[in-house]
Design a protein around this ligand. Sequence first.
Ligand SMILES: [Zn+2]
Length: 300
Amino acid sequence: MPVRCPRCGFDFRGEIARWSTRCPRTGTCVECGLDFAWADIFSHAAHPWLFEREWKYRPVARLVSTVLHAFAPRRFWRQIRITEPIALLPPALVAATATLSLYLTLAGWYAWGVFGAQVGGVMSLNAWLRRLEQSLFALPRAMASAMPGVLLTLVAMPLAFVVLPVTLRRARVRPGHIARIWLYSLLAPAVFAILWSLVQFTGQFIDVPWLWRPLNPWTYISMFPMPSEPTLVFLGVLLPPLIVLAVLLAWLALWWWCALRHYLRLPKPGRIVASLLIIVGLAAVIVELVLYASGARWWW
Ligand SMILES: [Zn+2]
């Protein structure tokens, strides 16, 4: 059985064959420079909370534990060793379920008219159900025109990492690690968005202004006088998606920095994250501007 470097996949069998009288406790990969303890390479002990390990035995407890840990990126990545075997299907299923839940929550919210002009007031359940059906189909277009940069950012981080030549050439990180960092990075934003939408939604349903008004972005946006100058109108339209984009980029920067520093143990993680942010941030802002200029924002 090949014994491989956890970061780059380099085969250690040649080195192990040279051990004759004693075994070293630590080693350094000649290919990528990773320092490691041999005990971690040979250990198969199950991780205490990571979902992808033993999720079949305690799926709910593992999932809750992993989601809670995902809100604290530093602790999350300090507690996962690079030697932890990678299984991508379980986190991919979790990310897909979280996306679907978020989609259904947003569709329910959209049906209520929060995305449109009907902020405030209570709608009958029948009317809501009729609009929910339409919303399920109308939502993708609304999301794509409302926050194209945000959607792009969510999928572009791993791609940007792969096109960064310096990180791959110097450290030869296996793509499985990047996929793992990316899949778990979606958990906290998705759960946050679901909870936030549910609060909005519940607040609208039972009409409790004190509950949903402080959490509704429109409450704050309407506080600012919208510029009426034709040349400045774009500010009022672009500001909300750009604020969401900035918050998301800040979160992803923290998440990837912690993963690169504590999990992949790459040198100069700050520089890599800054490059990622410049690539993804610029692409996202350009997409927002181009879509705005082409007049695709039909719902605002
Ligand atoms: Zn290596």
